[in-house]
Design a protein around this ligand. Structure first.
Ligand SMILES: NC(=O)c1ccc[n+]([C@@H]2O[C@H](COP(=O)([O-])OP(=O)(O)OC[C@H]3O[C@@H](n4cnc5c(N)ncnc54)[C@H](O)[C@@H]3O)[C@@H](O)[C@H]2O)c1
Length: 252
């Protein structure tokens, strides 16, 4: 029997790298999965890759309350309940000194990560089963700062504050709320970030990071998915309010 047998999981950023890897794994573990993402075309590609009757999709912008209510309602309409809410959508913004970050870029990065996770909790919790799990994808930079990351890193720290409050509010219903903190992942999102970082620091950021990570490499999306599975499943039944680092030792 799978670790998520019969559980209904909603994954935002579900057409992206970590979201899709998590959906694949959750399905293999017996879950029903609703992928939420911005664009229908990306969702269609992701659904085709999953090729499962237990997967569905809903196009929504996680920063808009009406659309968040829409994806929650879509999961309830299709499967009648929500056990796992994985708030994982993200954008990177720009990596520049704070004096050069456009206001609208700062606002957009805060909106997707912070407002998106807030709205997921606000509208998702009332619809969730007691004993469920909320997972918010933060980052290694949710617990440490770096020059050039003021928008993204502020957003990733703020998600931890939100998680800590909601973990206490949801505990009477045995709903666990945790953040997961990937280090650098070998995917397009991180390649874009590292291209910007390389320009900023004048050296190859990818090689530099690999030299700093004790395990000596980037993570695969599947490795992040396996840690998300731990938080989604009853294996983490006594884990709430925690920051799960999945960073090859980089933050240690
Ligand atoms: N890739 C890494 O190295 C890394 C490291 C630490 C944390 N993270 C975090 O992991 C999460 C997933 O990132 P990923 O690496 O899979 O990147 P990704 O770009 O492949 O996936 C992110 C997804 O979020 C979606 N998205 C963006 N804005 C949205 C919005 N307003 N509404 C709905 N969907 C939206 C995108 O369309 C995309 O499909 C993000 O929160 C990211 O910050 C990534």
């Amino acid at each position: 029997m799978g670790k998520l047998e019969g559980k209904v999981c909603v994954i935002t950023g579900g057409a992206g790298s970590i979201g899709l890897a998590s959906a694949e794994l959750f399905l293999r573990e017996g879950a029903k999965v609703l992928l939420v993402d911005l664009r229908e075309a990306d969702l269609a590609r992701a659904l085709a890759a999953l090729d499962s009757p237990n997967a569905a999709s809903f196009a929504a912008d996680v920063t808009l309350g009406e659309e968040v209510r829409g994806y929650i309602e879509a999961a309830l309409t299709r499967w009648g309940k929500i056990d796992v809410l994985f708030s994982n959508a993200g954008n990177s913004g720009v990596f520049k000194p704070v004096t050069e970050v456009p206001e609208e870029v700062f606002d957009s990065v805060i909106a997707v990560h912070v407002r998106g996770a807030f709205l997921a909790c606000k509208y998702g919790l009332p619809a969730m089963n007691d004993g469920g799990s909320v997972i918010i994808t933060s980052s290694i930079v949710g617990v440490k700062g770096e020059a050039g990351g003021s928008a993204y890193i502020t957003a990733k720290h703020a998600q931890v504050g939100l998680m800590r409050c909601v973990a206490k509010e949801a505990a009477p219903r045995r709903i666990r709320v945790n953040t997961i903190h990937p280090g650098p992942v070998a995917n397009d999102f991180q390649r874009d970030v590292e291209a910007g970082l390389s320009d900023l620091i004048g050296t190859d950021a990818t090689r530099l990071l690999d030299s700093l990570i004790p395990l000596g490499r980037h993570a695969s999306p599947g490795e992040i998915a396996r840690s998300a599975l731990y938080l989604a499943s009853d294996d983490s039944s006594f884990t709430t309010g925690s920051t799960l680092m999945v960073d090859g030792g980089l933050s240690g």
